[in-house]
Design a binder for this molecule. Sequence first.
Ligand code: NAP
Ligand code: MG
Length: 494
Amino acid sequence: MTAAEMTWPDLLNRPLKMLIDGQWVSSQSDAHMEVINPSNGQVLVQQSLGGAHEVDLAVQAARRAFETGPWSRMRPSERTRLLLQLADALEHNGDELALLETLNTGKPLKIARAFDVGMAAECLRYNAGWATKLNGETRNVSLPGDWHAYTLREPVGVVGLIVPWNVPLAMAVSKMSPALAAGCTVVLKPAELTPLTALRLGELIQALGFPPGVVNIVTGLGHEAGQAIVAHPGVDKISFTGSTAVGKSLLTQAAGNLKRVSLELGGKSPVFIFADADVERAMDAAARGIFGNTGQVCAAGSRLFVHRSVADRVIEGIAQRARALRVAPGLSPDCEIGPVISARQRERVMGYIDSGRAEGAEVVAGGEAVQGEGFFVQPTVLLNTRADMKVVREEIFGPVLSTQLFDDDSLAQLAARGNDTDYGLSASIWTRDLRVAHQMVRRLRSGNVRVNAAAALDFAMPFGGYKQSGWGRENGREGVEAYTELKSVAIDLN
Ligand code: NAP
Ligand code: MG
């Protein structure tokens, strides 16, 4: 699909509504807010801002759908079938969803189609199968007498799903799919900056005949709609992806009814390139890992550690790639890197680059905002960064790579340098030496480690963070089980 062949999405022809109990509604207060295209700063459409009232209606609807509605009692194979149909519907409407995602985030249209929509469909398919495979098990107890003892895995109930703006559709789907497979009902709050694909997803869910109240979508602000979901006594679990600061702040509110809480938070992920690495592949992966999605990725490899003997070649190689990347509006056919999400985010990223300069880092590629309409930042590589600099300690969430050298560090010392961060989400290691690879894998305090590989997201692999990168894991059996409670049952047969 080229820009010329695209039809303007119908969703944008009128103000957006929210999906509550199977109905499309506006907020009672009539509060609304513009949705902006970050590629040109223009208004795409108005969205409705929900608050405590809408959240309450949504939670009540989800509760009814869970307690008395068909969802949690539906045959598991029926839930599988609906989730598979939704995956097909995403692909069937893939061009339109990709266009909405590109208009709303600025990411390259090709990437939105292949990655964002493609991954969302794959995620649904992976999790659909779990509906029929979640089991308790019999237990061999040693109580006196004769017993039948077993566990039951039951859906946790009504779950609140709060997602960020970097990969809006895939993020919404990656939370919704395991929750629905497990038999939960959901209230989703998209990020205020990116409601479009979540609402189109809601339309597709409606069209497939999901029972009312199973999926509710409330658009609105984090401190209003988001907070109301977190504080609501009718919500059994929160699954949140976003900043570490907000993740921490949710905990107090969620404590009211001791909600279960899963948190997928920020990262400051290290990439290690050893002297014996396949340097060309390592450079490609390192560049893609920090510049892909304009650096707005929780697992972005933002701290590069490179062996002194290959450092000049690697850093110059990544800097060349940074300079060559075409920074352009997402709809432009040669776009490789889109804008950051907002003017505010651009200011934030530029603030970090300036702080790096002020603390003594050298900018070897990029380093400037791109003038004109849209919120563009050049892919940036910083040389001579130190562990105590702000650009090395804090998550920037933009296309900015900090680089440090190592030479005679022991593996213990090197891993300690990698671990010298509040975060622990992801790490990559480039070496041909098995001993080095395995030792580093064991020493790194990180939920995800890759060896000689660029991004490797697979829904069978648990994803999540150590330390302040979060609580719990998404994907895999663990990701679905996170939406369940475990009941122990003991029956005295005497
Ligand atoms: P954020 O504020 O943490 O947003 C994530 C989600 O939480 C959004 O839906 C947000 O709503 C909502 N939210 C905000 N405050 C809330 C509250 N008090 N109660 C309940 N929900 C709340 O992140 P952001 O402001 O979009 O981005 C800021 C920084 O967070 C980024 O620069 C980056 O460092 C980090 N971040 C990390 C990830 C990740 O994947 N780990 C993703 C995005 C951002 P609103 O959209 O209305 O704020
Ligand atoms: Mg926010």
